[in-house]
Structure formats: structure tokens, C-alpha cells
Design a protein around this ligand. Sequence first.
Ligand code: F6P
Length: 342
Amino acid sequence: MLTGGGDCPGLNAVIRAVARRSFDRGYEVIGVRDGWRGLVEGHTAALTAREISGLLPRGGTILGTSRTNPYKVDGGVDAVLRHFAEAGLDALVAIGGEDTLGVAARLFDEHEFPVVGVPKTIDNDLSGTDYTFGFDTAVSICTEAIDRLHTTAESHNRVMVVEVMGRHTGWIAVMSGIAGGADVILIPEQPITVEQACAELEKRHARGKSFSIVVVSEGYRLTYDSGEQREVTQEAGLDAFGHVRLGGVGEQLAREIEERTGYETRVTVLGHVQRGGSPTARDRILATRYGLKAADLAHEGTFGRMAALHGDSIVDVSLAEATRELKTVPADRYEVARAFFG
Ligand code: F6P
């Protein structure tokens, strides 16, 4: 088993479920350290009943994680195949998002690598599944933050801008914004303009409300009526999967709102708080069901597949399908949020 990419609540619950079901079948279970880096460098260790005890509510990952991409390391893929064979492994359960599972899909396709995937990410942007585990916890954390910001916004007659994660999709922003009753939500998929956002706030203030909550997804490009668009990124370069580091749009949006409307505005960036701590009950259950399914697929030798949630059923889909394109927020979901703007 390996866990790759950004950590998220529920990883340990998957590890526990995979191990418990595999122990019951008499298998030995090996943990790979720090995602794909562990197979590139040959860092593996046996997991026993002792290591997996008490894992269900624990955040993070006992295996460690990294954003190492073996396809970007000199001789990386050969090293993965060699270390896997040398350790005498029969199957790999890769727990990750589009990057980690993209590598798994390619290894399966090019080398018939015996891999099974589990869909992890707070961003909920993986195709082939209705939900990834970790997302529900992130949405709960953001919703609680929005609730708390409401009371201080109201006391001070302020606009509060909340910047949430989600990379190039607005799932966290839309769902926590709906749950928290946000007055404006800005996401990458349906970029309303800064002018429109300000008009919504002015409409609300004209109705007698003296405070507002604005939720902005880190991947929202500042968009103007003129048609200009600007992505806000950190200075760090691209990671091994070619991603820019997002962050900072909340600060710029808050400044624009204050200048254009005259309303006193503050910004809160929730950052990695969204990935920390204990998973919600829903994520513990989803992670557990995914883990059991992945163990079953590995046992049957059904490789190149990913455990997935369709409706309320756990099914399996091909890794290629799951990683082909990002799952974006559909227009009708954004419309639900929009009904409460202004
Ligand atoms: O993919 C999960 C995620 O938390 C994104 O929402 C965010 O853009 C990114 O990871 C942050 O990455 P890092 O942990 O490397 O700062």
C-alpha cells in the first residue's frame, strides 16, 4: 500500500480496512513509505496488527506521503518495478488523487503493473466516482469556519472573504458555501466577475444587511467585466506533476471589494487546516468501504481498477477513466449556491 499526493483525513482508515481484510485472508501487508518515492527508493516495511490499531479516527497517514512522480525521476519507473519485484509483492493498493492514480494508470497500461486505486482528495475532482474520501471533512471544516466568521462579520459590519482550497475545481467552495449560507461564491468553473460580486454585495446591503460572507476558491481567476482574467499563484515553481502552487486570491479579492464598495473587508485563508485532523463519520465509513473494496480487487487480481462510489454503492471503475479528466462542479450545483447570492 502507498499513500501519495496531499494528505487528507481518512487515509489511515483506508490503510486499516485494506490491512484488516487482507490479514483475514492470510496475506502479509507491506507499507510503502512516502508515496511513489518509497518504491523509487525501495523503502518498505511490514504492517502488522499493532501498526494498524487505533487508526480509524487518526488524521494524516502513517505511511507518509510525497508528490514524487516516478516518470519525472531519472530511471524512476525501472526502480519502481525493480523494488516491487525485489520485495516479492503481488499487488499494490495506491491511495491517491489524480496525480498518484495517474501514475498507477500509466504503470498498469504500460507494464501490466498489478495496481488497484482508492480515490483520495479533499478537492473531490476525480472522475469515475461521486465522492472522494476527505472531501466531506474539508467541507465540514470550512462550514464551521464560515459559521464562526458570520458572527464576527455581523458584530463589525464587515465583509469576510474566506479562501478555500480545491485547486482547479470549486467543489469545496460551492458545498461549504451552500452549507454556510455564503452571500457570494467564486469558483474556477463559473467565474462571475469581480464587478458582479460587488454588485451582489451592494444589493444585499441595500436590503439592510450590513455584513456579508464571500467564499472564494483558490483556483478562481480574478475575472473582470472587460474580459481580463488573472490567476493568483505563489512564487514556488511547478511541482513534479506540473501544478502551480495556488493561494492568495482571497487577499486580492478583499482589496478589490473594499476599494470598489467602501465596505470594510477582511480575509481568512483556511489553508492546510482543511486537510488536518480527524475524518468525519461519513469519511470514516467511505474510506472503510473503499479499503475493503480495494483489498477485494487485489485478492481477485482485478487490476487497473479503482474503488468508486456510485450513488450509495461501492463499485469499481478503470483507473484510466478516473484520471482522464478533472471532475468539475456542474452548472446546476452552482445554481443552487447562486439562488442565495446578494
Ligand atoms: O490537492 C489537495 C490540495 O490541498 C489542494 O487543494 C491544494 O491546492 C494543494 O493540495 C496544496 O498542496 P501543498 O500541500 O503541496 O501545499
